[in-house]
Design a protein. Structure first.
Length: 38
């Protein structure tokens, strides 16, 4: 995944939840796929 995009998860500092970040170097559809497969 690091060749074409990445994702990271971190705990929220104010909520009982995780923040998810992702980016694709191939476009929006690929970013959605990364987000779905996290």
């Amino acid at each position: 995944m690091t060749d074409n995009g990445w994702f990271a998860a971190r705990p929220s500092g104010t909520e009982d939840a995780y923040k998810i970040y992702c980016e694709s170097f191939l476009g929006e559809e690929h970013r959605k796929l990364i987000e779905k497969k996290r």
